[in-house]
Write a protein that binds this ligand. Structure first.
Ligand code: KG4
Length: 338
């Protein structure tokens, strides 16, 4: 008899449901919320309302695409946190309600564990996966962490941001340039045509393996403010070079600490995850970083970099195998460390 898990992800502005059967992904449906674009960032109340509208059709599609009936499910996994509380409440309540009605257990998943374990999303039996222990550079809109992954549920944060996340640096600087939200993909696109050596922005000097991106953001802002005083069309004329120089600086900051981390904690496998790992420059730079050091690089397919329920389903599947179920009284949480 097969083990089939439905997973629900609703931590921010994507409503997603996925089905994993015997460890293989059989469906993954994501409804992104366009409503936030005009506000230049995610509006929590609007996100919760959109989750309520999306959750039933998204779950129905995930089950239909998997070709299974809900009566065939063994458990329901859901993202418990961290994220926006209102958004998490929708997914958490829905998962619990459906599980109770079907008489099956629920499994709570830490969203960050999901990103770190995204490399275990397999569609075919012979798809390869990383070996433990591996290091993961987790870079998303809300987090920038270097994580040592010793097992499916055994992770240690070696370093993390003390202020903004890498994704926030992309998004906030893009906003200053007048680009739509989220700005990361727009910077990525523009950077491909720009000269990365044209502008210099400040880099942090903080000890250890922690990150900081707020100084870069301020220096980017001041550069643009001073330049626009001289020429109002400065940003428009230089957007490609600005994007390339910004992206280059963010990658430099990320790789500097990653280099320290692998010196202190040698590993044979290194993975990246989170929305910023969709960035072309980050992907190429990490692949080259690993090649130079004889480390095997794990670069996720772009579909599994941003928020998705497939990674929650996989993380939930490993907990299921370990008999780690959760109590129905367990509330969602907005902040947590791995
Ligand atoms: O992982 P994610 O979907 O959400 C969180 O859990 O935080 O990451 C979203 C972040 C945003 O900051 C977005 O701008 C960034 O990932 N992002 C990118 C790219 N695609 C998404 N940043 C740079 N280049 C990209 N191609």
């Amino acid at each position: 008899m097969s083990t089939t898990i439905l997973a629900i992800e609703s931590s921010c502005d994507d409503t997603s449901a996925a089905v994993v059967s015997d460890g293989l992904l059989v469906s993954n449906v994501i409804a992104s919320q366009k409503v936030h674009e005009e506000y230049g960032g995610v509006v929590p109340e609007l996100a919760s309302r959109a989750h309520i509208q999306n959750i039933v059709p998204v779950v129905s599609s995930a089950l239909a695409n998997a070709g299974i009936d809900k009566s065939e499910l063994n458990a329901i996994a859901f993202t418990r946190g961290p994220g926006l509380l209102g958004s998490l409440l929708v997914g958490t309540s829905f998962a619990k309600g459906l599980a109770v009605s079907l008489g099956i257990p629920t499994i709570d998943v830490n969203h960050l564990h999901g990103h770190v374990l995204a490399h275990f999303i397999r569609e075919h039996e012979d798809d390869e996966v990383p070996e433990f222990p591996y290091m993961c550079l987790l870079v998303s809109g809300g987090n920038s962490q270097i994580v040592m992954v010793r097992g499916y549920n055994d992770m240690e944060i070696l370093g993390q941001t003390i202020d903004d996340a890498a994704g926030e640096a992309f998004d906030k600087c893009a906003k200053v340039m007048g680009l739509p939200y989220p700005g990361g993909p727009h910077i990525d696109r523009l950077a491909a045509k720009g000269d990365a050596s044209r502008f210099r922005f400040s880099k942090p000097h903080i000890p250890g393996l922690d990150y900081s991106f707020s100084g870069l953001k301020t220096s980017f802002l001041y550069t643009l403010r001073d330049a626009v005083k001289q020429d109002v069309s400065f940003i428009e004329k230089n957007k490609e070079d600005l994007a390339a120089s910004l992206q280059h600086t963010i990658i430099d900051i990320l790789l500097h600490k990653l280099d320290l981390a692998v010196r202190q904690h040698p590993v044979a496998h290194l993975a990246i995850g989170g929305g910023v790992s969709a960035n072309s420059g980050v992907r190429n730079a990490v692949a080259e970083f690993c090649r130079q050091r004889g480390i095997r690089a794990w670069i996720p397919s772009r579909a599994y970099t941003t928020d998705n329920a497939a990674m929650v389903a996989v993380a939930g599947y490993f907990k299921y195998l370990n008999n780690e179920f959760c109590d129905l009284s367990l509330p969602p949480y907005s902040r947590v460390s791995v």
